[in-house]
Design a protein around this ligand. Structure first.
Ligand SMILES: [Zn+2]
Length: 169
């Protein structure tokens, strides 16, 4: 399955791709989960509204597998991710965001949970990169090569968000 095609269909404009730098907010909120499944050994939960929208846990697992395999083919195999939970959520996460802002995805360290907005599945590699690098990665320092890779692969264009010069492609 060509994940570049999937990306084009599923990516929405990115405002913020991850949570606040403050470490005081690292617990994931409770959420009702309609379906559980897994991808690549990672637990996956899907909110009721996402399922009601016509998709299934297994279908989302297939898409996330493509993104995780792409990530691990260039960066490291993130073994720690297998103890984490990824949740696909109906609404854009706003906990800890400035008024009027939202996150496409959010990494909750203390809960070992990643929430991804259903329209922003392409943010998975970004959040996985945080898990690989640990909590100090919250400031995205030194992430320009990662931004170059994401852009080159057609996964996500976030040079501006990362504070990096855009590369020609
Ligand atoms: Zn981030």
């Amino acid at each position: 399955m060509p994940w570049r095609t999937l990306t084009a269909a599923l990516t929405v404009a990115l405002t913020l791709s991850c949570g606040p730098r403050s470490t005081g907010n690292a617990l994931a909120p409770n959420r009702e989960i309609a379906q559980w499944c897994s991808f690549q050994g990672v637990r996956l939960g899907v909110e009721p509204g996402v399922v009601a929208g016509g998709t299934s846990c297994d279908r989302l697992a297939g898409i996330l597998t493509e993104y995780l395999q792409a990530y691990e083919s260039r960066w490291e195999d993130v073994a720690a991710l297998r103890t984490w939970t990824v949740r696909i959520v109906t609404d854009r996460p706003t906990q800890g965001a400035a008024s009027g802002n939202f996150f496409a995805g959010q990494t909750f360290w203390d809960s070992q949970t990643i929430d991804l907005y259903q329209g922003s599945l392409s943010v998975l590699p970004h959040e996985v990169h945080h898990v690989a690098l640990g909590p100090p990665s919250a400031d995205h320092e030194g992430w320009c090569p990662f931004g170059d890779w994401e852009s080159r692969e057609g996964i996500l264009e976030e040079h501006a968000y990362l504070g990096c010069p855009a590369t020609g492609n």
